[in-house]
Write a protein that binds this ligand. Structure first.
Ligand code: ADP
Length: 207
């Protein structure tokens, strides 16, 4: 589905600069891309960080895998092509949010390195910060957690193409941050993530 289909369309440059939006909000936007196995803790960490940042007066928002699949991407399944299109669309939406000045967390398995790299490239091209976070936990730990019973179903063959069981997960090789959730609590992981954003100049000291 990638590629420009429509013809006779012209990019229209707006009159409000990104810097003006950032000044208005008192923050710059960024995409913080959480990737990892199902039940590794992506959503838990993203929502914990969103809550902490909001309490500290920062505008943050989570684009969450399951929620997005109910709406924007409700027409996509879990085939390799659909997973790629899922990530491309999320990447584009996150980029728009980041451009608007929002600290945007995305919580998607996003198993393919090439798909994540494509999203990174679209951010680099747009001059927007992109922070890749590997939420890492051994598949055995994720399977033991299994909050939605998905691993059990996958083991029973009821879910085809389940990442970590019957579909591949390509771990990042150069993520900005790796969070080992077998070792860190959700609170510790969210704190480490916020620390990373501070170190990268995306948050002022004291938050
Ligand atoms: P994902 O979004 O990666 O599929 P979720 O956040 O939905 O994962 O689920 C992770 C599950 O693991 C939750 O039930 C959460 O309470 C539990 N959990 C246990 N330890 C951790 C941890 N250190 N970090 C994040 N989640 C954890």
């Amino acid at each position: 589905m990638i590629g420009q289909r429509a013809t006779n369309i012209t990019w229209h440059e707006g009159h409000v600069e990104r810097a003006s939006r950032h000044a208005l909000l008192g923050q710059q936007g960024a995409t913080i891309w959480l990737t990892g196995l199902s039940a590794s803790g992506k959503s838990t960490i993203a929502f914990t960080a969103e809550h902490a940042l909001t309490a500290a007066g920062r505008l943050a928002y989570v684009l969450d895998g399951d929620n997005i699949r109910h709406g924007l991407n409700s027409n996509l399944g879990f085939s390799p092509e659909d997973r790629t299109e899922n990530i491309r669309r999320i990447g584009e939406v996150a980029k728009l949010f980041a451009d608007a000045g929002v600290l945007t967390f995305t919580s998607f398995i996003s198993p393919y390195r090439a798909d994540r790299d494509l999203v990174r490239q679209m951010h680099v091209k747009a001059g927007l910060p992109f922070v890749e976070v590997h939420v890492a936990a051994p598949v055995e730990v994720c399977e033991q957690r299994d909050p939605k019973g998905l691993y059990q179903k996958a083991r029973q063959g009821k879910i085809p193409e389940f990442t970590g069981i019957s579909a591949p997960y390509e771990a990042p090789t150069a993520a900005e941050l790796t969070l080992d959730t077998a070792e860190l609590s959700p609170e510790q992981a969210a704190a480490a993530l916020i620390d990373c954003l501070r170190q990268r100049g995306l948050l002022p000291a004291g938050i």
